[in-house]
Design a protein around this ligand. Structure first.
Ligand code: SF4
Ligand code: SF4
Length: 352
């Protein structure tokens, strides 16, 4: 199971997407529970994947060190803004199986929303982490109306990332005309990325475009039974106050509380809405996102319908690649296993 562990609610940046630190009353900036109790809980799970989360998780490096020293897990990782990596000693970086660095693509785009100098700082971190030999580093983009998905993803590959994931800027942002942008820019960009993916696959290389891999994996292997991130059934988030939540961003919502570190937790069971149950894309999408299933209609109204449409068009573009990929698999140019992807091993969401 995936364990997203908040180390702090504090963040050193103030990106326009989420606005920076949580109020310490909601997500305290220091950990308030006994680590030994959490240790017992996690070690009862032989498949535990621990991902450090925040705020900016590296602002509490001692807690990361304590967990990595004290708790046995099958896999460790971190979601970081990539500007404070020197706070964690190298020996702990060497034990990280996956590092997700927030960067939106080209420099101007990244600095526009994350603050001047962020791009250079993340790039420096990428070089250092690559030199340490971390096996998997994922660029984690937030995609806005200013993103050119093809150009920005390819830029990230060109500067040394081997894996790129993205999410659409939809939860915290003001509404924007996402549908018209999707048809004029995003979906054509996905198509172009698909062509690049095939070009590489024809040479035996599988590009680490995580949304593609997550969708293709559901095609060639098991489909999703719920949101690919695992929220509410294969993943939990432990807040610094000890609350155990179904989704890491649902820190205010009562439906998300599954228990706490002291008393334990219980999954509530997923309630997949009828429109998803009967949707032909459910196996690839799993209902997309628990948070949006619970809150989407109230928060976004018709914007929510637009996201649904964009999800369907994205899946169609990716699935259209399979007729060529089938051929490459049959010819032995790539193996089917190269397309197998479990998002809960990396804490990615698959559907943008
Ligand atoms: S595409 Fe939309 S309707 Fe279909 S499963 Fe995903 S979220 Fe549900
Ligand atoms: S995809 Fe949705 S449910 Fe999953 S972690 Fe992100 S916000 Fe939460």
């Amino acid at each position: 199971m995936l364990w997203l562990i908040y180390t702090t609610g504090e963040c050193n940046l103030k990106c326009s997407y989420c606005g920076g630190s949580f109020s310490p009353n909601i997500v305290p900036w220091k950990v308030k529970y006994d680590l030994n109790v959490l240790k017992e809980m996690i070690e009862a799970d032989s498949e535990a994947v621990i991902i450090f989360y925040g705020g900016e998780p590296l602002l509490n490096p001692e807690f990361i060190e304590d967990i990595m020293d004290e708790i046995q897990a099958r896999r460790f990782g971190i979601q970081t803004n990539g500007t404070k990596i020197d706070l964690l000693p190298e020996k702990y970086w060497k034990k990280m199986d996956v590092v997700l660095l927030s960067i939106d693509g080209r420099k101007q785009l990244t600095d526009r929303f994350r603050g001047k100098g962020t791009y250079d700082s993340v790039l420096k971190s990428l070089i250092k982490l690559n030199s340490i030999g971390i096996s998997k580093i994922i660029a984690r983009m937030t995609v806005t109306q200013y993103t050119d998905i093809y150009e920005d993803v390819m830029h990230l590959f060109s500067i040394g990332f081997k894996n790129v994931h993205w999410q659409l800027n939809a939860v915290w942002s003001k509404k924007w005309n996402i549908k018209s942008w999707a048809y004029s820019s995003y979906i054509p960009g996905i198509r172009k990325l698909g062509e690049k993916f095939l070009e590489e696959a024809s040479q035996g290389n599988v590009l680490g475009i995580i949304p593609f891999l997550g969708i293709l994996s559901a095609h060639y292997f098991d489909g999703y039974n719920g949101p690919p991130c695992g929220a509410g059934y294969r993943s939990i988030s432990v807040s610094t106050d000890g609350r155990i939540l179904a989704c890491p961003i649902a820190v205010f919502e009562r439906w998300a509380v599954l228990g706490d570190v002291d008393k334990g937790f219980k999954f509530k069971g997923l309630e997949i809405p009828e429109k998803c149950k009967s949707c032909e894309y459910f196996r690839y999408c799993g209902g997309r996102c628990l948070y949006s299933l619970m809150e989407g209609k109230n928060l976004w109204g018709s914007f929510y319908e637009d996201l649904d449409e964009i999800t369907k068009r994205t899946i169609e573009e990716v699935i259209s690649l399979t007729k060529y990929l089938d051929h490459y698999i049959n010819e032995g140019i790539i193996s089917k296993d190269q397309l197998k992807y479990d998002p809960t091993q990396d804490s990615t969401e698959v559907i943008p």
